[in-house]
Design a protein around this ligand. Structure first.
Ligand SMILES: [Zn+2]
Length: 291
């Protein structure tokens, strides 16, 4: 079964290097990703752009827009990008110039969407600072991918990353497709409701466990842990709106595929692992046809 991994990273972020080294044991490089993709029939990955100007600063207020996959230059043919937005810089004196730089990048063939780091940056997704970004999303027919749930940094603020914040945004911006990252974990029931209620909201299943095979085995053998996600998926009852992603390098690809297969009924796996990505991210089909 061919797979699209809708959520990976390939940016020079100290905490990702550390996680790869100490927790997941993956080779955090283009070559490392390519070999894991090849072994697991993953035909395309979508990288979430993010950058730090100073080592360890993520979420870095000083990172310039658009934030990119700075470990993947040039971009390999098995990768597309969601352009990362830093709202702090957008609000600064140089904001309009950076908005221009974002728009230039959006026109590229290997850009699949736009990524907001809610929680990491202390702005609600309904903050007017993002208005121009949603206009661009509409204009270029690109989905806006939003971090929701726990933050992978003690400097995040959870009130900004709660999945319920996206309900109001989805209502205000019916012409834009949104994808909640991590199913809003730990608020997975709230995320399931936002997905079920709003026709323009989808969710990815990435980053639900961070670590290596040993760690995954421990959690996959804990029914309370698995049922936490199953309850939300059963409640949403819409496997056409759930997308497979790993959040690599936070976990090895093969281990994460096993994990998601345990959560998704077999008859829905083609949709979750492949078809839904094409529906939410129209530029993927175009990219695959042309490469
Ligand atoms: Zn991520």
């Amino acid at each position: 079964m061919p797979i699209i991994d809708i959520h990976i990273h390939l940016s020079d972020i100290e905490s990702f290097h550390h996680t790869a080294r100490e927790l997941s044991g993956v080779d955090y490089s283009v070559a490392g990703l390519q070999s894991e993709f090849e072994r697991n029939d993953v035909i395309l990955g979508v990288g979430m752009g993010v950058q730090e100007q100073t080592k360890g600063a993520f979420p870095d207020k000083d990172a310039l827009n658009p934030m990119r996959l700075d470990l993947a230059d040039p971009m390999p043919p098995f990768l597309m990008e969601c352009v990362g937005i830093n709202p702090v810089q957008l609000a600064g004196s140089d904001g309009l110039q950076q908005l221009d730089a974002i728009e230039k990048r959006l026109a590229s063939r290997n850009v699949a969407g736009i990524k907001l780091y809610a929680g990491y940056y202390h702005y609600y997704v309904t903050d007017p600072i993002y208005g121009a970004v949603y206009e661009l999303a509409k204009q270029y027919d690109l989905p806006v991918v939003i971090h929701t749930g726990d933050t992978y940094s003690i400097d995040g603020l959870l009130k900004y990353s709660h999945p319920l914040t996206v309900d109001e945004l989805a209502y205000q911006q019916r012409g834009v497709r949104f994808m909640l990252c991590h199913l809003g974990d730990p608020w997975v029931m709230d995320a399931a409701e936002v997905v079920a209620k709003n026709p323009n909201v989808f969710a990815d299943l990435s980053g639900l466990v961070v670590g290596d095979r040993l760690k995954f085995d421990r959690f996959m053998n804990e029914p309370l842990f698995m049922d936490h996600f199953r309850r939300a998926l059963v409640y949403a009852d819409n496997y056409e709106k759930m997308l497979f992603g790993t959040d690599w390098p936070l976990a090895p690809i093969d281990v994460y595929i096993d994990f998601v297969k345990h959560l998704i009924p077999e008859k829905h796996q083609d949709n979750v692992f492949y078809n839904n990505a094409l529906r939410v991210f129209p530029k993927i089909a175009q990219f695959l046809a042309e490469r």
